[in-house]
Write a protein that binds this ligand. Sequence first.
Ligand SMILES: Nc1ncnc2c1ncn2[C@@H]1O[C@H](COP(=O)(O)OP(=O)(O)OP(=O)(O)O)[C@@H](O)[C@H]1O
Ligand SMILES: [Mg+2]
Length: 463
Amino acid sequence: MSRIYELTLEAPPGDLIAYDPVRLADAMRIDDPSRLAIEAMGSQALVTIYPTDPLADVRLPDPGFLEMDERGRIWIGRYHNGRKVYVQLYDPKSGSAQRLLLFGTTGAGKSTLGQILLAAMKRSGIATFYGDLKEGQSAPEARGNVDWAVYSQEGVMAQLHTAWCVMRERAARYAAAGRSKFLRDRPDPLLYVVIDEANRLLEKGAPYRDLATFYIKDIGRTGRSLGVGIALLAQAGHLDELGGSDTMRAMLKEGEVLLLRWTSSMMQQLVADGLMPTGQKLAPIPKKAGATRLVSQFEAEADDDRPGTQGTGYHLSGPYPGAKMRAFNVGSKTPTEGLDPEMLALYGDGPHESLEKSSWGAAGEAYIERLDGDSAYNAAFPPPPEPEDDEGRDGRRSRRRSTPAGPARPQAAPRLTIADRVQAALEAADEDLDAHTLLEAVNADGGRPVKLGSIRNALSNLR
Ligand SMILES: Nc1ncnc2c1ncn2[C@@H]1O[C@H](COP(=O)(O)OP(=O)(O)OP(=O)(O)O)[C@@H](O)[C@H]1O
Ligand SMILES: [Mg+2]
């Protein structure tokens, strides 16, 4: 059999079509349920029967295709019927960045799809902060191909804080320029914060849960019109594990949502939270594709070499939420010793985009030095300033008092940037200073120690 059959079904008005894909396959004498694609929506259903699993191996023809199109979309995979699956990272009509949520149980293919997103971002000139809470195991090839990679909760907190500061800096700059919206690359690039294993940051009992939720919520809400987007990759049984915030739920409802293989509790939550379109029913994704058959004890034992279904799922916010899709199978077929050359090829050799220089002052040292771990955290969230720090800076003090209440209050306080300190040291000196002498002078001002690279950056910014 090599034909494709498509059946259109309609239930009497008012009835909803419910089905069990395994029973349906069995009733139609189809041994392998992966040959069957069912899209049910309310009282209508479309059933397609394929000669073989249409999503057995979905390949990206060329990494060059990952570049964002004129509608701000990137191509991430295919639907069962061969149509392209697009995810939007930028809406050119409204000039807005997007929010993206990728759910899936362990081993569902989240990080692999994550690499597709990261590579697409690199190829599209998007500055990306990437945090992997699996200590760098999720996407080792991302290092050097994103603007800033971190592998600790502290590092991710620094990234969130930095993105949030950049957002505020852009807001002030755009307002001063009389601009109401973000225009990609005119002059600032899109900025994305991508967090893999975001559940570890947001689950109950996680050390930075509340503050992380605050940032994600705020970036999700106000970052859009400032070209700052956020993408979370998470395995979550319950949305409560993801910060437990209604506002975040609301925000994610409007974003791009991809669902790979799930657990039943995850699905219940998605339905309960309205993240699933009404009347939508999704055929569950089995762990393995292919036919199963009973094997008698008198037969030879058979190896279970059925292929996996990683990367298979649904693009819930897309035009065909009920159509099974699969992300591109990227990377080498068998695991490689070091970095995977095929994965590296996905990103390409070109340079990655960086944050606009005009925001470096606001971004601060954690970004400029691309710090991770405690040093990133301490740079982003310096301990409360010593009283003498505030001497002669009354304006600063009153601004601090007027920052809104909430978890970010201590972090919202402006602090002396490296540029401020360099300027002060230059003004204090009565002769020209070279970078090394300047470094000594800045480090003698009682503030946090600074490295030569930061001095050089601050100098070139000041120039
Ligand atoms: N679209 C795909 N097609 C085929 N194989 C895939 C696809 N996506 C991922 N895989 C394979 O599935 C395995 C697991 O993928 P991945 O690490 O991306 O999952 P994960 O959801 O991030 O898992 P974890 O929860 O362990 O982090 C990898 O070996 C990968 O090669
Ligand atoms: Mg992973």
